[in-house]
Design a protein. Sequence first.
Length: 175
Amino acid sequence: MIATDRLTLRPAVDADRDAIAALNANPRVGAWLGGVRDRAQSDAFVDLVQAHEAEHGFGFWVVERQADRQVVGMTGIWWVPPHMNMPDTVEIGWRFHPEAWGQGYATEAAKAALAYGFGALNLPEIIAFTAGANLASQSVMRRIGMGHDPARDFDHPGLADDHPLRRHVVFVARP
């Protein structure tokens, strides 16, 4: 568990499945993730997140607002999945309920996740990637000290050739 001034980052538990399903089903969130996820897809995502945490001791965590213990999103670090063809690479990512956007939660949580990755895990590098059009996410990347590495930009293998979000940009942070 990681605590910031306003947030708690912690592993997902089965009791979080409803909140995560609501997050993954939100069309404004799905607009940047290649589409919304139905309940079965969301539960499979939770299974993946939990398995990663169990195997590696870190992962993509639930973010709770301390003031009311409400799940406002997810952020964390994890090994990039094999289908992405980025072996031995750790990614930081986030997704938040639109009601939580614009309040600095993504930046606050991501700073804590980076600090954990470089401190507790002694990682040499952490990347982030998003659609080239996702300027809000890129802004978070810059605020947490990441820099764009155009040589590593790529076409997302999970999106069709003509999908408007296919081209992804890569940002990098090092300790």
